[in-house]
Design a protein around this ligand. Structure first.
Ligand code: NDP
Length: 491
């Protein structure tokens, strides 16, 4: 592994709130440290917003919404494409900021930048379709005409987590702007730097002031104030199931719209006829990409018994050889976890797995010294009732059990309160389709890595989601549906 090249940033880092087209300080007069998880050093301090800042941002958005909602889809598409080009032009800066702030290897951050660009370009195309005439609906009355019109819901609050900072933001921001909504964004207090840089790109795209606002700060101050604000029409939230529940409760008194993308505990089902090399790659990617800090982590491996020994041996070798280290060093496959609380939480899970009788097969190495590095860990024969099998760990911990029949595999895969994604690995195409149909998950990959195209859909069953992101679903989640029924004049 070569010595890490520390990133150089093009300009001073953004640390202020972005409200009504201005970079400003918080009325709290407080700041939050932003920590580099590889070194545990403070990179910079950002403004710690409070309820008064939230109110200013929401008022600015509400004011801007009046004119923004009257722009055409084609005009909004122009802004979205300008943002996409800005992200492309500053892609290396954004990737470096994200790897520094979140800890993921720089190659993974570059993938995220590509995803952000694709998302803005896709919603630019969808925005243009909004200029079509109202959709006529066939009704059983010759005396009336019915059409459906879609309108933006209003001011929307976008609340995002720290594991895929720019991507979760783009998946909300692009469709919200395409629909004609005005936005207040709250990044995670742990990873505000990529979003603040994205805000600078949005500003350069020339969006009218007040249409897009960013308030950094904590969930309990900024997040709670946003979800309770009477002028916010909808909250689009990605984060933990526990906080998602709080968001729903806070939104209830004003009957706000709520979209939730929450946790997961997803299965990967490997049948005995699987291509072993492919199965190993898919299991490793599903469990250790982004150090396992993925809502879509397929960290519950279900393997058909005849293949179990061979799969375990191959996985153990790969886990042991995983290169954990500085996100900027070439050869690094896994960086640190993003924050101390998550680092400690995952260590507790690993201890609980051992205490609950799961068999620890292997733990990889981590660099000495500071940083929230966790050993990539693999348990087999994991008790089905144990916390490591049932709860979202959100770290580099792979758990494996064997099964005997297809029916057993489906039952075990669905035996969870979550239902975000699932992967099936088999050479039998008919079985792949059959099992995909039986799995309670919003996304099923068959013999494929976790590719997510903005044209498709994102979200899950059960406690994983409320609503869907991406594709036309993502746009629809920021639109009201208005029916206009008119009497047809006799003359
Ligand atoms: P949290 O739920 O802790 O936080 C998510 C966001 O909500 C953060 O911006 C947080 O602010 C904010 N927040 C915290 N408390 C409140 C509150 N009371 N009201 C409003 N907002 C609040 O999640 P994490 O950041 O820890 O992210 C990890 C979780 O996100 C995992 O469970 C993961 O599965 C889920 N996730 C789901 C995805 C999906 O698509 N289904 C994708 C990515 C992640 P702050 O950071 O300042 O506390």
């Amino acid at each position: 592994m070569s010595a890490p090249a520390r990133p150089r940033f093009e300009s001073p880092l953004r640390t202020r709130l972005f409200i009504d087209g201005e970079w400003c300080v918080s009325e709290t007069r407080q700041r939050l440290p932003v920590v580099d998880p590889s070194t545990e050093e403070t990179i910079v301090e950002v403004e710690a917003g409070g309820p008064a800042d939230v109110d200013r941002a929401v008022q600015a958005a509400s004011h801007a919404f009046g004119a923004w909602k009257r722009t055409t889809g084609t005009e909004r598409a122009t802004y979205l494409r300008a943002i996409a080009r800005g992200v492309e032009a500053h892609g290396e800066q954004l990737a470096a900021l994200q790897s520094r702030n979140n800890g993921k290897p720089i190659a993974e951050s570059r993938i995220d930048v590509g995803d952000v660009v694709a998302t803005f370009d896709y919603y630019a195309q969808l925005a243009e379709t909004l200029d079509a005439a109202d959709e006529a609906i066939a009704i059983p009355s010759a005396d009336h005409r019915a059409v459906i019109r879609r309108e933006p819901v209003g001011v929307v609050a976008l609340i995002v987590p720290w594991n895929f900072p720019m991507v979760t933001t783009a998946w909300k921001l692009a469709p919200a702007l395409a629909a004609g909504c005005a936005v207040v964004l709250k990044p995670s207090e742990f990873t505000p730097l990529p979003e603040l840089e994205l805000a600078a790109i949005v500003e350069r795209a020339g969006l009218p002031r007040g249409v897009f606002n960013v308030v950094t700060g904590t969930g309990s101050e900024v997040g709670a104030a946003l979800t309770a604000h009477p002028l916010v029409a909808k909250v689009s939230f990605t984060g933990s199931t526990a906080v998602g529940e709080q968001v729903m409760k806070a939104a209830a008194p004003s009957i706000k719209g709520v979209s939730l993308e929450l946790g997961g505990k997803s299965p990967i089902v490997v049948f005995a006829d699987a291509d072993l090399d492919l199965a190993v790659d898919l299991v490793m990617g599903g469990a250790f990409f982004n150090a396992g800090q993925m809502c879509s982590a397929t960290s519950r491996v279900l393997v058909e018994r005849p293949l179990a020994e061979a799969l375990i041996a191959r996985l153990a070798d790969r886990v042991a050889r995983t290169v954990v280290g500085d996100p900027f060093a070439s050869g690094t496959q896994m960086g640190p976890l993003t924050n101390r609380a998550q680092f400690e939480r995952v260590q507790r899970f690993i201890a609980s797995g051992k205490a609950d009788g799961a068999r620890l097969v292997v733990q990889g190495g981590v660099p000495e010294g500071p940083g929230y590095f966790v050993q990539p860990t693999m348990f087999v024969d994991v008790p089905a009732a144990s916390a490591v099998w049932r709860e979202e760990i959100f770290g580099p911990v792979l758990c494996l059990r064997s099964f005997d029949t297809e029916a057993d595999a489906i039952a075990a895969a669905n035996d969870t309160e979550f239902g975000l994604v699932a992967t099936v690995v088999t050479r039998d195409a008919a079985r792949g389709e059959r099992v995909a149909g039986a799995l309670q998950a919003g996304v099923v990959w068959i013999n494929a890595p976790q590719l997510i195209f903005p044209q498709t859909s994102w979200g899950g069953y059960k406690k994983s989601s409320l609503g869907r992101e991406l594709g036309p679903f993502g746009l629809a989640s920021f639109q009201e549906v208005k029916q206009i029924l008119s009497a047809v004049s006799a003359d």
